[in-house]
Ligand binder design. Structure first.
Ligand SMILES: Cc1cc2nc3c(=O)[nH]c(=O)nc-3n(C[C@H](O)[C@H](O)[C@H](O)COP(=O)(O)O)c2cc1C
Length: 326
């Protein structure tokens, strides 16, 4: 069974499932595994590290993968964009920042431009900048997000695109981890999904074992939004609307709301945080993960996730659905 949508056609993929470009976690191995399973893997360029990007594209080998950046960070070193465009990625995804200055460069090279948006203002800007694909991200998502929830943002975005930019393709993100989420996203008017947290708990992700386990063990109440994790990492986001969702662990319980005190002890806390991160200590570092962790109970190969999401969604949507093609 297949789910054929304009997203699968536009990107030349089999299944309407995209791997979120999770900085550091979504490396070449995981991106290739998702692409080889029929979705599209997107390497997590994150804040931008030229050497890491080289290694990850090499790890993906000849498999077609895309790449995503945190836009405001990449904009401080635009050579990163050129470095990635030279690899002819299957798509370039931008999130969290001004699209316009980069859109022309990306599109002039024939690379599909995916923009992740967190509200209608950002959606309108992305459409005006010429995005081919819009990812509407709700705040159930792991990592950074805005204020809107997936279930209202996606249909509102679908209505806007139908009226103002019918050629632009919509994808849903935030809280999608199985076939129920995929089917629901299609019913809300999206033509595919982008999943992050679900793919952290896979065999191929770059996440330390302790982080995988934290996701498997957590229920959906176990996360919260907290600036403490950005402050300790010296990641100073220019737009305070975007706050990171993380596991409520000992680090967050200690420091949430006390960000000024972290800054006063930044040298010590910075070292302590990254030491714990490198050791895979999910309790004393920051684990970016979403509410969907409540339905994640295993860490199989990524291909198994793609296959089971599609099979379950097809079953749920029913044979009469126009989206199901045998
Ligand atoms: C560990 C982690 C790292 C992330 N890093 C990025 C990033 O660097 N750039 C980005 O655009 N989105 C990033 N995101 C957000 C994802 O693109 C996506 O919106 C989110 O994972 C979707 O929600 P879900 O986690 O419920 O699937 C990250 C998410 C997680 C969980």
């Amino acid at each position: 069974m297949r789910l054929k949508t304009r997203l699968t056609e536009r990107l030349g993929i089999e299944h309407p499932i995209l791997l979120a470009p999770m900085g550091v976690i979504a490396g070449g191995r995981l991106a290739a595994a998702v692409s080889n399973a029929g979705g599209l893997g997107i390497i997590g360029g994150g804040y931008g590290d030229a050497d890491w990007l080289e290694q990850q594209f090499a790890a993906a080998g000849n498999t077609r993968v895309g790449c995503g950046f945190i836009t405001w960070s990449m904009a401080r070193d635009p050579k990163l964009l050129e470095q990635v465009l030279a690899k002819q990625p299957a798509a370039l995804m931008l999130s969290f920042g001004e699209v316009e200055p980069h859109a022309t460069k990306i599109k002039s090279q024939g690379v599909p431009l995916i923009c992740q948006v967190q509200g209608m203002k950002y959606l309108r800007e992305a459409v005006d900048a010429g995005a081919d694909i819009i990812v509407a991200e709700g705040n159930e998502a792991g990592g950074h997000s805005g204020h809107r929830g997936t279930i209202t943002l996606v249909p509102e975005a679908a209505d806007y695109l139908a009226k103002h930019s019918p050629g632009t393709i919509l994808v849903a993100a935030g809280g999608i981890g199985d076939g129920r989420g995929l089917a629901a996203a299609l019913m809300l008017g999206a033509e595919g999904v982008l999943a992050g947290t679900r793919f952290i708990a896979t065999k191929e992700s770059e996440a330390p074992e302790g982080f995988r386990r934290a996701i498997i063990d957590a229920d959906g109440d176990a996360t919260m939004k907290s600036n403490s994790v950005d402050v300790v990492r010296k990641r100073y986001w220019p737009n305070s609307e975007f706050v990171v969702r993380v596991l409520k662990n000992s680090f967050v319980n200690k420091w949430h709301g006390r960000e000024r005190e972290i800054e006063q002890a930044i040298d010590v806390e910075f070292e302590r945080f990254w030491g714990a991160f490198k050791a895979g200590d999910a309790d004393n570092s920051g684990v970016l993960m979403g509410e969907v962790s409540g339905i994640i109970r295993d860490a199989p190969p990524a291909a198994q996730i793609v296959e089971s999401m599609v099979a379950e969604a097809c079953r749920l949507l029913g044979e009469s659905s126009r989206q199901v093609v045998r």
